[in-house]
Design a protein around this ligand. Sequence first.
Ligand SMILES: Nc1nc2c(ncn2[C@@H]2O[C@H](COP(=O)(O)OP(=O)(O)OP(=O)(O)O)[C@@H](O)[C@H]2O)c(=O)[nH]1
Ligand SMILES: [Mg+2]
Length: 425
Amino acid sequence: MTEKVIIAGLELPNQDLDYAMQELAALVEANNMEATEKVIQKLDRPNPATYFGSGKVTELHELGTSIDVHTLVVNAELSPSQIRNLEQESKLSVIDRTGLILEIFANRPQSREAKLQVEIAKLNYQMPRLRTSSSQRLDQQSAGDAGGGYTNRGAGETKLEMNRRTIQQRINNLNHELKEMTTSSAVQRKKRDQTGIPSVALVGYTNAGKSTTMNGLVHLYGKDDDKQVFEKNMLFATLDTSVRQLTFPDQKQLLLSDTVGFVSNLPHQLIKAFRSTLAEAAQADLLVQVVDVSDPHFREMIQTTNDTLREIGVTKVPMIVAFNKADLAGVDYPTFEGNEEITYSARDKKSLLMLTNMIKQKVFTGYREATFLIPFSEGQIIDYLNQHTNVLKTAYQENGTEITAELSSEDYQRYQKYLVTEVEN
Ligand SMILES: Nc1nc2c(ncn2[C@@H]2O[C@H](COP(=O)(O)OP(=O)(O)OP(=O)(O)O)[C@@H](O)[C@H]2O)c(=O)[nH]1
Ligand SMILES: [Mg+2]
């Protein structure tokens, strides 16, 4: 059964609260809850003790009692004492925006790596929010040393401090495990880098259609046994980065990755925790920012995505902005503007072909056409050229096979000694 909750927000100066509250309701739904009432208060600044003003807190308490709802979801990250005070005075159990997003992430099925990242983020969030009254049992043994910096352990230490220390210890262990995992994915990434195959990452707001775009492109250019990635009309459907290889009819290849979606005020604990997953985007040769252009707030979403990318240190990767769901927006598609913007639908083949062309133009630079004369004794080179380059012509000469192909500068250099002519273009 879905739990009914009250959502509440402060309208502070210069804030589009309407949009934030709509999004909060969607986040609530993504956490299998239902926002039955929405309460808003206009204030110049939050009340330091209870976030809302005292009159509003009384109103929230009365509302909760009258509609028999016991949970209040607040559209901001509250301080630990604000949560405590607000709970005491409203008699409602309080979830703040950060706690809500962390819960959604924790409840999504996910890989071991994403699980670790989410748990670390959750523990970091919980640590300052631990209460003295907590009856959590503490295993003295496991609260051991490696935590570092906790030298004042022992006599006089409160249970709360011990609980904190246990959590810190757990965070350290998880970080350690995560680090080993990231090292191995970094190794994988490095291996892929060495193949010289360019990489393209789909990034953007949650629910924009990244996974649908990925699946569309994989359907056209992927291998037959490539798994589809999970796409669904819900926030944070994707938590893991998946990578697929695309091979185009001209034999050019690229690696396409689908990444976790962003949302406004994504908890900084999560951003930090997901840095390694997002490394795929940071190291990409090209980003495709997928935008749901049918959403009236798409401009804010672009802003949030750009801010979040900056926050994780992705500032120098070139980007195509891909305005998706044009079919719902009632605009012409597919259309493109310059080589940086496309309006399309991830469900439309013509759109995907246009997007592919734009991506290819950006990524496959330095390709050239050249003719090589390969001696008959070097059959493996001919196989390589046929498999990895765009062979345009093959002719058999007395002293070898003459092949004209379009190829990358790496391949060109590799076989330069067999070069006959280079076609200028
Ligand atoms: N009508 C229409 N729906 C689309 C289009 N592209 C995606 N959708 C739908 O939008 C919803 C979200 O798509 P996803 O591909 O899961 O979005 P995402 O960006 O991967 O979302 P997260 O993984 O949550 O970050 C799904 O229900 C898709 O079927 C489109 O071009 N047109
Ligand atoms: Mg997705």
